[in-house]
Design a binder for this molecule. Sequence first.
Ligand code: NAI
Ligand code: AKG
Length: 425
Amino acid sequence: MGYIEPAPIKDKSNPFESMMSRFNIAAEVLGLDEQVYNVLKSPSKQVSVSLPITMDDGSIKVFEGHRVIHSNILGPSKGGIRYAMDVHLDEVKALAAWMTWKCAVVDIPYGGAKGGIKCNPRQMSAGEIERLTRAYTQAMTGVFGPDRDIPAPDMGTGPREMAWLMDEYSRSMGTTVNAVVTGKPLVLGGSLGRVEATGRGVMVSALAAMEKLKINPYHANIAVQGFGNVGSFAALLLAERGCTVVAVSDISGAYYNEKGIDIKKAIEYRDNNKGSLEGWDGAELMADAEELLLLDVDVLVPAAVEDVIHSGNVDKIKAKLIVEGANGPTSAEADRVINEKGIMAVPDILANAGGVTVSYFEWVQNRLGYKWTRERVNRRSDRIMKDAFDKVYQASQKYDIPMRIAAYVVAIDKVAETYKFRGGF
Ligand SMILES: NC(=O)C1=CN([C@@H]2O[C@H](COP(=O)(O)OP(=O)(O)OC[C@H]3O[C@@H](n4cnc5c(N)ncnc54)[C@H](O)[C@@H]3O)[C@@H](O)[C@H]2O)C=CC1
Ligand SMILES: O=C(O)CCC(=O)C(=O)O
């Protein structure tokens, strides 16, 4: 079966439509049962809440929060919580569905969910963020649970927020429930290796793809968009494997050095500069940060936000390989051009699945009351990522379809098979 062109999308900034357009193609490749299609095309639950919070100046501000559970057919639903100003329900719905496909691709026993609060954490004090996180947790106490729905970090959140969430949920339950959330600080039952897990999975996927494309990592130039949790660890670990990271960027701008950026120093600078690369003089500040995506590099790693590769810039992309650290960085409209140009795109639901894989390990350790070594975590997650890559690559060869559609095919096939046995509708 050859590649089927995605249906045109009216609003390219709607990530849910973007997700559905790929889902539809994969459903057609698989000949997906209509009833299963109808079940999977809508989330199984969506909860939206208003959260009044007392700000430090005494005023009361009302924040909008969401949690969407796309599916729990494979197990309790799993997915991060995002704090950002552009959070909206359609985005959270798409992110929740991507979690269902992602967990199925790496074959872990979870369904998909995602949460988000529309806020700007960079303009809030730690106290305000704590009160907001606790209010959100209170509002979602009936949704969350170690056997129901297990949150984790995403953009704008990290171990600190997960600790508040665990504490607030545990207070409501009258006992410590550390398995209700993953990505916690180590002392609260977090797993060794979780902080770097998503970036590490991006590195494993990138190396596996480079091998297929016969790109020697020691001769490979890489550009990374986004220098937060995912982007900075992906850059660091790829540099440690011999690649030359020539450009990195964050919200403050893009930084370029054709001889290679010292990623350790960039991380050190960021960590001492409130999480931002602003003012960093270790590389040249590019006049236009968007140009990072168009650099003549071997590998491009978008690891920031959605839809950065779109119909307006995709024809100017020169990278041979795109490895998606972010969720949804490529709009569905850009897929056709990527395929026509012969660029391999390792999709988000495969490339960034290292994070949820180690989250699963964290949950397993919490439930066993036991701690694994970093070596054990890394060895097992590397194997899962490599196996998933191989499975998706084989599907892409078998059906003659791009890696992105192949990943959806692998995922939807597993979910459909589960429905076949469980039934219930
Ligand atoms: N944290 C995790 O474990 C996982 C995260 N992801 C995805 O990876 C992406 C990044 O997440 P994190 O690294 O956790 O977030 P983060 O909050 O740690 O970092 C985000 C980074 O992107 C930068 N950024 C934001 N807008 C940008 C723009 N327009 N251009 C360039 N840089 C920009 C920020 O300045 C920051 O450096 C998101 O799409 C997230 O959903 C996916 C899987 C797991
Ligand atoms: O670690 C997790 O459970 C989920 C991480 C996440 O939100 C993602 O993979 O997009």
